[in-house]
Write a protein that binds this ligand. Structure first.
Ligand SMILES: NC(=O)c1ccc[n+]([C@@H]2O[C@H](COP(=O)([O-])OP(=O)(O)OC[C@H]3O[C@@H](n4cnc5c(N)ncnc54)[C@H](OP(=O)(O)O)[C@@H]3O)[C@@H](O)[C@H]2O)c1
Length: 229
């Protein structure tokens, strides 16, 4: 199976690992990076599409291929306001997914959150759930939600909140083993799980992977892709 992959979030922690996996993947014949700025990737199968995320007419033609991976996102601190965060985390991702449907993309893979919940006053959780609900309504053949609790890896920009929360969480999960299933995982494994989810043959068109399932999926050998999930 030779395929074209489109990636949103290629400059991010998870997305950049995914790009590396897709470069190595000999089945991937073309890799389109949809980005607002130049990336550091340079490979014959990469097409870098520097776009204005606010203008779908401008980038519609680029969101064409077999699978659309999205690991776009920002933090409230980086975005500056809830509205700006929603623009990136919800609107940009949803608009790009719609473009994918318009252009015949069949598989959509989103990094979401296990905390996504519609009926909550928590702004972030509600936003993530709203995106999932809207994506579910789009006529992709397959939709995959990858839901890690937290992401580990080297970031160019330090996130103090994450840096402080991690050791505290690790300590608490030693005291309360039931918390272990909520532990953060390496973004590299999340990226591997994203790629493997494309190869998995699922029984249902919409599949969600929780933290432990993401770990299992990341270890799955995608050369066995003729077997069922
Ligand atoms: N952090 C966690 O613990 C955690 C847990 C569960 C789920 N998630 C979700 O997982 C996803 C991936 O997270 P990550 O930490 O790998 O992402 P990340 O490193 O923060 O990367 C985010 C990507 O989004 C792009 N982006 C941000 N603001 C943008 C804007 N205004 N316009 C265009 N592009 C923009 C970035 O591009 P630039 O490089 O140009 O800024 C980058 O490519 C996110 O949706 C996040 O919410 C995160």
């Amino acid at each position: 199976m030779r395929f074209t992959a489109i990636i949103l979030g290629a400059t991010g922690l998870t997305g950049s690992h995914l790009v590396r996996y897709l470069i190595e993947d000999t089945n991937c014949k073309e890799l389109k990076l949809i980005t607002r700025r130049k990336t550091n990737f340079n490979h014959p199968k990469i097409t870098e599409c520097i776009i204005d995320f606010n203008n779908t007419h401008h980038y519609l033609r680029y969101i064409k291929g077999d699978v659309l991976f999205s690991s776009l996102g920002t933090t409230l601190k980086q975005a500056g306001s809830k509205q700006q965060q929603r623009l990136v985390d919800y609107m940009y991702q949803y608009q790009a997914a719609k473009c994918g449907v318009q252009n015949g993309v069949t598989h959509y893979v989103l990094v979401s959150s296990p905390w996504a919940k519609i009926n909550t006053v928590n702004y972030y959780r509600k936003m993530k759930a709203e995106l999932e609900e809207q994506i579910k309504l789009l006529p992709f053949k397959t939709i995959t939600f990858i839901k890690p609790n937290g992401l580990l890896g080297q970031r160019t920009q330090k996130r103090l909140g994450e840096k402080l929360a991690l050791p505290l969480f690790l300590l608490l999960s030693k005291l309360f083993p039931s918390l272990q299933k909520h532990q953060p995982i390496k973004a590299k494994l999340v990226a591997k799980a994203m790629l493997n989810s494309f190869y998995k043959k699922n029984q249902t068109p919409i599949v969600s992977y929780s933290r432990n399932e993401v770990l299992t999926l990341s270890n799955w050998d995608n050369k066995l892709s003729t077997t069922d999930a």
